[in-house]
Design a protein around this ligand. Structure first.
Ligand SMILES: *Cc1c(COP(=O)(O)O)cnc(C)c1O
Length: 411
């Protein structure tokens, strides 16, 4: 038989052990602990000489099956499922950062991620070095002997800056640094991170993967490409340099931080994975059509979506994602008041945060997600008062356009 398509692979990953009842969907193993026949078998499991499950903070069959599905879909070396996207980011840097190191990163970050680096991790002696990711020369100039990683978002939210991953991977390779990318905005059905040189991919599975906003979750996808042999801490882990990150993550950080995904969440997100590809294609094509229509809508000053030819990231976006760079777009209106008026007048679109629910969601980022930051920091992050963010769901482009038009008073 020929190699299975991506879609078929997502549906037919075998279980590690046969299910006693032949359950077609992976059961939810709602159990904290797992029992052993002998003291010797228990010793082997606790000391890492067997892969038997012991305790659900460390591993659980339902969560492991979800991890295996993601592993199959991405071709990754190691996948770890966490309780949230933030837990995935935090756990990754607990694994590779250390007091006295610095992380070179973009200031164009999801709000909580920005504060994690700017305050939480800085308190542990990890210096955040913000720089302009669209300028590889500047990025290279910020790297020194204490830099532990380059970190950025694939498409930044809500600025919609599209990172040139191949160019940044080149900077990393020359400097001997790992490239860690939050790819939440374009799922792995549409963007193959390893092909562009990403070493560690971080995903908020809350968004596309959860299957329509069913649950909060996160993923660390380690491609096993980076050689950590010269790393101050990770050089002591693993067997060949390339497995060091996952070795420390799984054997130390993950079990001691205690942020593993729950089996219920893994079960619904496994179901979400099965429809990820078709939901993404539908939502992203609606986003593209809507972006095109909004361009010529009275009241809209500009539309920010990298699938539009005039977007500064259009060429990079095409190279990396083809025609469909995701289901989130932003547009600018005349003022903050105009944004609030629009948000107050929509009838079908829901006033809520989150991305890639099956329903379309609208929000004013500056006053909400970034509302607790000072105006100076907001401006440094390019989060403007005039910007509205729309996450496009499974409604049609007509449904969405009609709702926005009536809210603009254009009918
Ligand atoms: C939502 C989001 C996160 C955080 O994920 P949670 O699952 O909410 O913790 C991180 N990065 C990006 C780009 C996001 O959109």
């Amino acid at each position: 038989m020929k190699d299975l398509s991506f879609e078929a692979q997502m549906l037919h990953v075998p279980y590690e052990l046969p299910d006693a009842y032949g359950a077609l969907s992976m059961p939810v193993y709602q159990s904290v602990a797992f029992e052993f026949d002998t003291a010797e078998a228990m010793e082997a499991a606790f000391c890492g000489r067997s892969s038997a499950h012991t305790y659900s903070r460390i591993s659980n069959p339902t969560v492991q099956y979800f991890e295996q599905r993601v592993q199959r879909a991405t071709g990754a070396f190691g996948v770890t499922a966490l309780g949230s996207g933030m837990a995935a980011i935090f756990s990754s840097f607990m694994t590779c950062a250390f007091a006295g190191c610095n992380v070179v990163l973009s200031p164009h970050l999801f709000g909580n991620t920005y504060v994690l680096f700017r305050h939480t991790l800085e308190g542990f002696g990890v210096e955040p070095r913000f720089c302009n990711m669209s300028d590889p020369v500047e990025v290279a100039s910020r790297i020194d002997g204490q830099t532990c990683a380059l970190f950025l978002e694939l498409i930044s939210n809500p600025q919609m800056e599209v990172a040139d991953i191949a160019a940044l991977s080149d900077v990393c390779r020359k400097a001997g640094l790992p490239l860690i990318v939050d790819t939440t905005l374009v799922p792995f059905t549409a963007f193959s991170a390893a092909d562009f040189g990403v070493d560690i991919e971080l995903i908020s599975s809350t968004k596309y993967i959860s299957g329509g906003a069913t649950s909060v979750g996160g993923l660390i996808v380690d491609y096993g490409r980076f050689d950590w042999s010269a790393h101050p801490i990770l050089s002591r882990w693993g067997t060949n340099g390339r497995d060091a990150f996952s070795a420390r993550l799984r054997r130390e950080v993950h079990r001691n931080v205690g942020a593993y995904m729950s089996p219920q969440v893994a079960s619904v997100q496994t179901l979400g994975l099965e429809t990820l590809g078709i939901r993404f294609e539908r939502q992203a094509s609606t986003a593209l059509e809507l972006a095109r229509r909004l361009r010529s809508t009275a009241g809209v000053a500009s539309v920010n979506y990298s699938g539009l030819e005039e977007h500064p990231g259009y060429e990079i976006s095409r190279r990396q994602f083809g025609d469909l760079p995701g289901a989130m777009l932003t547009f600018d209106l005349a003022s903050r008041t105009a944004c609030f008026d629009l948000i107050n007048r929509v009838k079908m679109i829901r006033r809520a945060t989150n991305l890639f629910d099956n329903r379309s969601l609208i929000i004013h980022p500056a006053s909400t997600i970034y509302g607790s930051l000072s105006e100076d920091i907001r401006l440094a992050m390019d989060v403007r008062q005039e910007t509205v963010r729309l996450s496009v769901g499974l409604e049609t482009a007509d449904d969405l356009y009609d709702d926005l038009s009536q809210a603009f008073g254009n009918f």
